[in-house]
Design a protein around this ligand. Structure first.
Ligand code: CA
Length: 272
């Protein structure tokens, strides 16, 4: 069984490792920063429950992460905008600006740091809304510490590598910030999941994306259904975008192939 974190501190770990010898600088929090990609992972925790944020800070530091804590939405938004983080944990219910608004504002400011939203209950509405406004993942309290670390590491691996404002190709123009999709200039209505599947494929346009990767990315790790849910959504996308837009590749993957003759019909908005 996993340990459950609600609000009391439950994280018991060895002390954080000493900074590696090639550490070069300390920031204003006294945290050691490195000058290369192998430096410590920086995590921002935006959480107003003091005991929970303290437990998270201790636990994440024991994993070798560098952790900043903000106790309200305004501070969280400021830190997330001003400082480079590898991942942000964002509670929804916060004093001042709530977590969803913080996330939405970050995306509007073109800050694409991966965001894990903490939801206070099994609120499907919160979770759907979190994905709609550009969060990358969510976790319901109380949560398993093991699952939390796995989720954070997955988000960090995926990274925030400069998401383009608008994804284009194969006649499709997909704007993750505005949540809009057009095909050859015509607006296409997509459900949240359809949008997420299409976005994942568009981010890797030209590549064969295995079905199980789509499943893991778009659906929850805890999702126990089969991968035919991916096929169902691919079918729906093909009905809306044309059958040839998404190719089925050998070995049960999918690929969007950019076709220049369609792409020239698109108009990409830079200021979306
Ligand atoms: Ca809270």
């Amino acid at each position: 069984m996993h340990t459950l974190i609600s609000s009391p501190p439950v994280v018991v770990h060895d002390p954080p490792p000493h900074p590696p010898p090639h550490a070069t600088a300390s920031d204003r929090h006294g945290n050691v920063a490195l000058d290369c990609d192998t430096g410590p992972v920086r995590v921002l925790v935006v959480e107003d429950e003091v005991r929970l944020s303290a437990a998270l800070k201790r636990g994440l530091e024991a994993e070798g992460f560098t952790v900043d804590v903000a106790a309200n939405g305004s501070d969280g938004l400021w830190l997330a905008t001003e400082q480079p983080y590898d991942v942000i944990m964002l509670d929804i219910m916060l004093p001042g600006i709530n977590g969803l608004k913080v996330c939405q504002t970050l995306r509007q400011k073109q800050v694409w740091t991966p965001v894990l939203i903490l939801t206070a209950k099994d609120g499907e509405l919160d979770e759907a809304e979190a994905l709609e406004i550009g969060a990358d993942d969510f976790l319901s309290k109380p949560f398993s510490y093991t699952v939390l670390i796995a989720r954070l590491r997955a988000l960090i691996r995926r990274g925030a590598s400069a998401r383009p404002t608008v994804l284009t190709g194969a006649g499709v123009v997909l704007d993750p910030a505005a949540r809009t999709c057009t095909l050859n200039g015509e607006p296409i209505e997509l459900t949240g999941r359809e949008f997420a599947v299409l976005e994942y494929l568009m981010r890797r346009i030209g590549e064969v994306v295995p079905k199980n990767e789509i499943l893991q990315h778009v659906w929850d790790f805890a999702y126990e259904g089969g991968d035919n849910v991916v096929e169902v959504h691919i079918s729906a996308l093909r009905r809306k975008l044309g059958a040839s837009t998404i190719e089925t590749a050998r070995g049960s993957g999918y690929r969007i192939v950019d076709r220049p003759n369609l792409e020239r019909l698109t108009r990409v908005s830079e200021d979306a």
